[in-house]
Ligand binder design. Structure first.
Ligand code: ZN
Ligand code: ZN
Ligand code: ZN
Length: 223
C-alpha cells in the first residue's frame, strides 16, 4: 500500500480485493481503477506519468484540448488550486475549460460556454454563498466554502483582464437582476449568463446561481 502526495494530489495505491497482482487506484479520494494490473511501484509510476503529462499539457482546463476531453474532472488536480465550472469541470482559477462540451465553435474563434467564476464563488463548485445548494453534478454535497487565496487571485486577474478588453462584447456578462423579492433568497436573483446568453439552456430566460428563472424580455433593465 502507498499513501503519498504528488504535485499536490493525494494518491493511494491499495491491494485489489482477492487479486495480489492488481491495485486499486485512488486520487483525491476518488477511485479511478478497482483493479489495475501491476504492483505498488508500477501504479505510483503510472500516476506520476499521468500527472506530469496533465501539467505539461497546460493543466486544468487546457489539457482537455490537447488530450481531447480527458482529465476534466476536479479530482485530477490539487484541491483549492482550481475552479470548477457549472459542468463540473476543472479550470485554472478564473479560467475556462477547453473541452468540447465547454466551448462553442465560432467563426471568429472558439468561445467558452461558461463565464469565469465570480470572486466569491465556492471553493468546491461554481455557486455563490447566497442560495448555495447541492448540485447533482458534484460528487458529494458540501456547504458553501470560502474560496482559497489562489482561486480569488485567479478570478480577480480574469476580471481585470475582461475590464481591459471591454471592446469585446462577446465577453460581457448579462447580470440582469430580478426586481421582486423571491421567498427563500437572501438577495435579488442575478443572472449568471453571458450577455448574449450563449451559455443558457434556454436563451429566452435568465437563470441565477440557485436555479431561479425568469423571462428575458419582461424585466429588462430592472437593475
Ligand atoms: Zn469542460
Ligand atoms: Zn459549493
Ligand atoms: Zn440573463
Amino acid at each position: 500500500m502507498i499513501r503519498t502526495t504528488y504535485r499536490g494530489r493525494a494518491i493511494k495505491v491499495l491491494k485489489a480485493r482477492g487479486n495480489p497482482h492488481q491495485r486499486r487506484l485512488v486520487i483525491n479520494g476518488q477511485t479511478i481503477s478497482h483493479g489495475r494490473q501491476g504492483d505498488d511501484v508500477q501504479a505510483l509510476d503510472w500516476f506520476r506519468q499521468i500527472i506530469d503529462r496533465i501539467e505539461e499539457c497546460g493543466g486544468a482546463g487546457m489539457v482537455a484540448m490537447l488530450i481531447p476531453n480527458q482529465y476534466t474532472e476536479p479530482h485530477w488536480y490539487e484541491p483549492g488550486m482550481i475552479d470548477i465550472n457549472p459542468a463540473g469541470h476543472a479550470t485554472q482559477p478564473g479560467g475556462v475549460c477547453a473541452c468540447q462540451q465547454c466551448s462553442i465553435d465560432d467563426p471568429c474563434g472558439g468561445k467558452g460556454r461558461y463565464a469565469p467564476l465570480p470572486l466569491d464563488a465556492c471553493q468546491h463548485c461554481h455557486q455563490r454563498r447566497d442560495g448555495h445548494r447541492h448540485d447533482a453534478r458534484f460528487l458529494y454535497p458540501h456547504p458553501y466554502t470560502e474560496p482559497t487565496f489562489t482561486q480569488r487571485a485567479g478570478r480577480q486577474a480574469a476580471i481585470d483582464l475582461a475590464g481591459a478588453a471591454d471592446d469585446d462584447p462577446s465577453e460581457a456578462m448579462c447580470d440582469a437582476i430580478y426586481s421582486e423579492k423571491v421567498p427563500g433568497h437572501l438577495g435579488p436573483p442575478r443572472c449568471l449568463h453571458f450577455a448574449d446568453h450563449r451559455d443558457a439552456t434556454d436563451p429566452n430566460f435568465h437563470d441565477d446561481a440557485r436555479g431561479f428563472r425568469w423571462p428575458r424580455t419582461s424585466i429588462q433593465g430592472a437593475a
